[in-house]
Design a protein around this ligand. Structure first.
Ligand code: 7RM
Length: 659
């Protein structure tokens, strides 16, 4: 493997073991429901049983799986509606007064939304969308902060068979425009802004810019969020095109039938970064997706009827789609949803929320855990966290040190940690411990779930029984992606061509002597910054789109807090001066092109980039150089010494020969 992070060594020695606590085992749904016994049969039978147990079908399926590489159809002749599964069936069953979301805004305002209220709100907005001409199969772009209207919009689409494409609010106008264009969205749902760190982070100006650059948006629906909670920025509304959400909702009816959808009809698109500059529109469908997310949510988090569950991700990423919206609602669970940042107004905001709502299950990311470590144990110590029972981790490898900190200071040494491995493409959790069942090791996602077949293979595709290699998935699974929007060839090439018949994950992994899986990180040109996938190529192409840049190479360098940090080596054109302000302008330019999350932490100017004879940039070498320096938060000044260093290292043979 050419691109393995240096930290692999850190994992090889980790052999602490944490057996399942007896009290967690005693109430484990996995044990009560006899999942181990069910898992002994075939995968298809297993998933069919889950699909019947957890999902309500309009027309029951008779076919389980039709698999023609790379096209999977699960439960294809069954019909259902996802919104009906998430809302109406619970209301009908008498759970209308149960809380679906305890929502909390960053300024401290709160909303308690029951299943009955959420159903009505969704039905009304579904009627609004219909009134704007949205029908089955139409794409709706969604660019919203973490407010209840975000799940409402997604479920309203699901209710009428429309397809949502949620774009994370941190992305720029450009990124939004590209995504609108790629799937020809007809309507855009956005907000004036959302609250972040005490400030109104506006979305409408970027939404306007995106709509101007595209040609398919007929209507824009605008939720008033910041304007309704203290921000007096004037929001411009284009007559005929733009509508306030509250105006449209004022006289919308709660009477809206759920469309009967096929199990393989498209539910949503979610764009994710790959190894090229153009993000892929990952396609997820209804029946299999809902089955797997509901199953994994119920058993991986051991969700009991009275639990308060909090997934602290953003709905703009797949974790939020699956584990804030679809799975918890399908399971009739009560969730906490929080709008803002963890350090507002104080660095104990998360622990304060956990104490006030009595959160039992917390699902967050290693990057957040490492940030909390930096802030010190005094912050969680201010609060009573004894309601917590299960802790989850997702988004990147969790280093044993962060795992131990989470276990000790948040879990009070009594909560199992579920380190859940999965991807946007897998739709739901694939590899994870089960609380009360699995003996965990800090940093290992442990074992694949039932019905999931993974293997580690070497370069040639031979199975690796013990040791390191590439992670692959050998059998189709219900929530797998069904394609890349508009590009079946790319779907095949990216995931199915490298090892025929197997899904190529793009992660390096190892299996230890006890058969535990350890996912180490990406093996392709994808960076993972704070659990967000960012393509090196995408950032490079943003950099070279500045007329002063001749060439750019971007690497993810190990960072103690964010996992990786973006470091860009930039060769300016001709007589462009290498100034600090040029670096600043380029960082801003990338933020404008893609979004702030993709802005390089450091820019290093160089008059040359190290390349192989075939012209491939030697990222490994650049990463070594980047990791050898103290990475400032801004631009590293023009630095001829770097080039010297790169040359010298290239001459040494050293790490460059690996590529
Ligand atoms: C859910 C999500 C996917 C990539 C994946 C890995 C990395 C995610 C873990 C992990 C080690 C984990 N979707 N990753 N979870 N690595 N252990 N538990 O994150 O599409 O945004 O990213 O994230 O590299 O391929 S994602």
């Amino acid at each position: 493997m050419s691109d393995q992070p240096a930290t692999i060594e850190d994992y090889l020695d980790e052999n602490r073991k944490f057996p399942p606590p007896a009290d967690v085992a005693a109430r484990s749904l996995w044990i009560q429901d006899g999942i181990d016994a069910l898992a002994e049969g075939s995968s298809e039978e297993f998933w069919a049983a889950q699909a019947r147990a957890l999902v309500t079908w309009r027309k029951p399926f008779t076919e389980v799986l039709d698999w023609q590489v790379p096209n999977a159809k699960w439960f294809a002749d069954g019909t259902l509606n996802v919104a009906e599964n998430c809302l109406d069936r619970h209301v009908t069953a008498g759970m209308g007064d149960k809380v679906a979301y305890h929502w909390e805004g960053e300024p401290g305002d709160t909303r308690t939304i029951t299943y009955a209220e959420l159903r009505d709100e969704v039905a009304k907005f579904a009627n609004v969308l219909k009134g704007l001409g949205v029908g089955r199969g139409d794409r709706v772009a969604v660019y919203l902060p973490m407010i209840p209207e975000l799940p409402v919009t997604m479920l309203a689409c699901a209710r009428i068979g429309a397809v949502h494409s949620v774009v994370f609010g941190g992305f720029s106008a450009n990124a939004l425009a590209d995504r609108i264009d790629d799937s020809d969205c007809k309507v855009l749902v956005t907000a004036d802004g959302g609250w972040r760190r005490g400030k109104a982070a506006l979305l409408k100006p970027a939404a306007d810019e995106a709509v101007e650059r595209t040609s398919t948006i007929e209507h824009v629906v605008v939720v008033r969020r910041t304007g309704a909670s203290g921000d007096d920025t004037e929001i411009s509304m284009t007559a005929g095109r733009d509508h306030w959400y509250h105006d449209l909702m004022a006289d919308a009816s709660t009477d809206c039938a759920c469309e009967e959808m096929g199990a393989e009809d498209l539910l949503y698109l979610l764009y994710t970064s790959g190894t090229t500059a153009k993000p892929k529109g990952v396609m997820h469908t209804t029946g299999g997706y809902l089955t797997q997310v509901a199953f994994t949510h119920r058993y991986v988090f051991d969700i009991h009827p009275d639990d308060i569950y909090w997934c602290a991700a953003d709905v703009g990423w797949v974790t939020g789609h699956s584990y804030i919206v679809y799975a918890p609602l399908a399971n009739g669970c009560t969730s906490v949803m929080y709008e803002g940042t963890p350090d507002h107004p104080g660095k104990d905001r998360f622990w304060d929320i956990i104490e006030r709502y009595g959160v039992n299950v917390l699902y967050t990311a290693p990057t957040a855990i490492r940030t909390f470590m930096k802030w010190g144990i005094e912050e969680p110590a201010k609060h009573d966290l004894s309601s917590l029972r299960v802790l989850g981790s997702v988004g990147e490898p969790i280093n044993p040190e962060a795992w131990m900190w989470y276990h000790t200071n948040i879990g009070g040494e009594r909560c199992p940690i579920v380190d859940t491995w999965w991807q946007t493409e897998t739709g739901g959790i694939m590899v994870s411990p089960i609380p009360g069942v699995t003996t965990t090791k800090p940093g290992s996602a442990t074992f694949p779930l039932p019905g999931i077949s993974v293997e580690i293979v070497d370069e040639a595709g031979n199975k690796v029984e013990r040791g390191g290699g590439y992670l692959t998935i050998t059998e189709p699974w219900p929530s797998m992606l069904r394609g890349v929007w508009g590009d079946p060839e790319r779907f095949f090439d990216t995931y199915w061509s490298r090892y025929p018949g197997r899904y190529f994950v793009g992660d390096g992994a190892k299996i230890d002597d006890d058969g535990y899986y350890w996912v180490i990180g990406r093996v392709d040109d994808v960076m993972n910054v704070s659990g967000h996938r960012i393509s090196t190529t995408e950032v490079e192409s943003a950099l070279v789109s500045d007329p002063r840049v001749a060439e750019a190479a971007v690497v993810g360098a190990t960072d103690a807090t964010t996992g990786q940090a973006i470091v860009a080596f930039v060769t300016p054109k001709g007589d462009t001066e290498w100034t600090e302000s040029l670096g600043e302008e380029l960082r801003r330019h990338v933020a404008d092109e893609i979004g702030k999350i993709s802005r390089p932490k450091t820019i290093i100017f160089t008059d040359d980039l190290p390349k192989t004879r075939s012209g491939k940039i030697m990222r490994r070498l650049l990463r070594d150089v980047a990791e050898g320096r103290d990475l400032g938060d801004t631009t590293t000044l023009a630095d001829p010494g770097v080039v010297e260093e790169i040359r010298r290292r290239a001459e040494d043979g050293g790490p460059t020969t690996a590529e």
